[in-house]
Design a binder for this molecule. Structure first.
Ligand SMILES: NC(=O)c1ccc[n+]([C@@H]2O[C@H](COP(=O)([O-])OP(=O)(O)OC[C@H]3O[C@@H](n4cnc5c(N)ncnc54)[C@H](OP(=O)(O)O)[C@@H]3O)[C@@H](O)[C@H]2O)c1
Length: 294
């Protein structure tokens, strides 16, 4: 409901739409918003049967009718764009412009503001989405997230079968706990005044730069197991990801990110700036999630 249409003298609880609400990051955002007493609506891709207590709209982010229904009476949107192309986002952006909520977009630290073309398709889609949202006049708050610690969940099947994680290697980067990104997002979504927020991107990192092998070793320490990482050549990594059922286009984008994305040594205090406490380590994330790997 627009501010001007709201009855005066009543307490307004913010209504927040969370996209990707069943995903690793979205789930954490939903839980925190509920704990803060916000009214939450989830946009989920598929009906899961869980979270019956939370209002949900089921459908595709590229479907303008789904987005329109999801945006009714919404004050702020936690927006992810999980596709590999920004072109299908034009209709979503038109719906956002019409509904005029506050928009918090989760982008990537891989976006390079100086580059004409980004290093890989995943960085490119985030750069394109940022430009699209800004160009539409939505004045999004952009949270550029580093590699989420929760990506390690993708290793669970291998680690139930043995002590080696095999896959394509990636650049070293300051892996960030998705719970910290969720806390930062909630701080922005519930901030009482937009003008307290930066319109230049927040860069959300963890506290240390890690290679994939170092992540696997830290997970091993949490599990009391000696784990190792085996870097696979692109052809083998491709065939394994395809055999796991990942779509071909995603596989190629991940391989491109693996080969083209440079190391990122950047560590920021932006999690602390938004949440009031410092970002957690990957080692802490691993300890908190050991049961998922046994
Ligand atoms: N993971 C990282 O390291 C990282 C780093 C920087 C930025 N990000 C951004 O953060 C986002 C969230 O990351 P995450 O790890 O939480 O991802 P995730 O666990 O894969 O969650 C993404 C969610 O989006 C849903 N979804 C996919 N396509 C959709 C569509 N067309 N319409 C509606 N919903 C759709 C998925 O539902 P289904 O599974 O049912 O399709 C899933 O629940 C990513 O999409 C990415 O843009 C991620």
């Amino acid at each position: 409901m627009p501010e001007t249409n709201r009855p005066t003298g009543t307490h307004h609880r913010a209504s927040i739409l969370v996209t990707g609400a069943a995903g690793n990051l979205g789930r954490e955002v939903v839980d925190r918003l509920q704990a803060h007493g916000a009214r939450v609506r989830c946009l989920v891709h598929h009906q899961t049967g869980s979270r019956s207590a939370v209002e949900s709209v089921v459908g595709d982010l590229t479907d303008p009718m789904v987005v329109r229904a999801a945006l009714v009476d919404i004050d702020a949107v936690f927006l992810i764009w999980p596709l590999l192309d920004a072109a299908p986002a034009h209709e979503l952006v038109a719906e956002l412009v019409a509904a005029a909520p506050r928009v918090v977009y989760v982008s990537s630290t891989a976006v390079d503001d100086e580059a004409v073309r980004q290093s890989d398709p995943i960085a490119q889609v985030h750069a394109d989405m940022e430009a699209l949202l800004r160009g539409a006049g939505l004045r999004p708050v952009v949270l550029r997230s580093d590699t989420l610690a929760s990506n390690a969940r993708g290793w669970a099947t291998q680690l139930r079968a043995g002590d080696v994680v095999a896959g394509s290697d990636v650049a070293r980067t300051a892996v960030v706990d998705e719970r910290d990104v969720a806390d930062a997002a909630v701080a922005v979504l519930l901030a009482p005044h937009r003008d307290q927020l930066d319109l230049s991107p927040y860069v959300l990192t963890g506290p240390e730069v890690l290679s994939r092998a170092e992540q696997v070793a830290r997970l091993g320490a949490a599990l009391w197991r000696r784990l190792s990482f085996q870097s696979l050549p692109a052809d083998l990594a491709r065939s394994r990801m395809l055999a796991d059922g990942r779509p071909g286009r995603l596989v190629e984008a991940l391989l491109a990110a693996s080969t083209c994305r440079p190391d990122s040594n950047r560590i920021t205090d932006h999690v602390e700036r938004l949440t009031g406490r410092s970002a957690g380590t990957f080692a802490r994330w691993a300890i908190d999630h050991v049961t998922e790997f046994n």
